[in-house]
Design a binder for this molecule. Structure first.
Ligand SMILES: [Fe+2]
Ligand SMILES: [Fe+2]
Length: 186
């Protein structure tokens, strides 16, 4: 990542801008999920969740920063406030319902993100653009963290998800998919 020049003012072609905008929106949402979890946890004081969420928040902030350093090359989503709010509410809602809901939500979100990053890396590898190798390596490194987050959440999950959790999980998956479609455009 350090090889990427922040000062390179190259503006990417629209297909590349769309991919980076969607990832930037996703990393923004991710930061706000953990902010939502940690806000509710101020009252719940679950130390296991606190460690989990603080560690993940630090990683997501780092991911977000990497995309922000390149934002002049793609322009951020005009609906960023919606992705922040959606992420925040997802975190608040899951933490209000309990630790297991948090783990399951993160498992579902990160499963989506993993598939999305892999699909993006595949699509971008077929295109030619400035700093292509560095951008792809950056996404691969981010995705390795997302996979670790997903596995960590799955291991922390206590028992099988109940029906309500599974319905919620479907909503999270569909919502994430819709957010990517919209963030690519706007
Ligand atoms: Fe991330
Ligand atoms: Fe993540």
């Amino acid at each position: 990542m350090h090889k990427l020049s922040v000062f390179n003012a190259t503006r990417y072609a629209s297909s590349i801008r769309a991919e980076l905008r969607a990832s930037h929106a996703g990393e923004t949402g991710a930061v706000w999920i953990y902010r939502g979890i940690l806000l509710v946890n101020r009252f719940k004081r679950d130390t296991e969740i606190e460690t989990f969420a603080k560690h993940h928040l630090a990683t997501e902030k780092d991911h977000l920063l990497q995309f922000e350093n390149l934002i002049h090359r793609f322009r951020g989503s005009a609906l960023l406030f919606i992705w922040m709010f959606a992420g925040f509410m997802m975190g608040v809602f899951s933490m209000l319902l309990g630790r297991n809901w948090v783990y399951y939500t993160i498992y579902k979100v990160e499963s989506f993100v993993d598939a999305h990053y892999r699909q993006q890396i595949h699509a971008l590898s077929k295109l030619e653009f400035c700093d292509k190798i560095e951008i792809i390596q950056m996404m691969q490194a981010c995705n390795a963290d997302e996979q670790a987050h997903r596995d960590e959440a799955l291991h922390a999950l206590n028992g099988e998800p109940n029906l309500a959790m599974r319905v919620w999980g479907k909503l999270v998956g569909t919502g994430s998919h819709c957010a990517v479609v919209v963030a690519k455009l706007l």
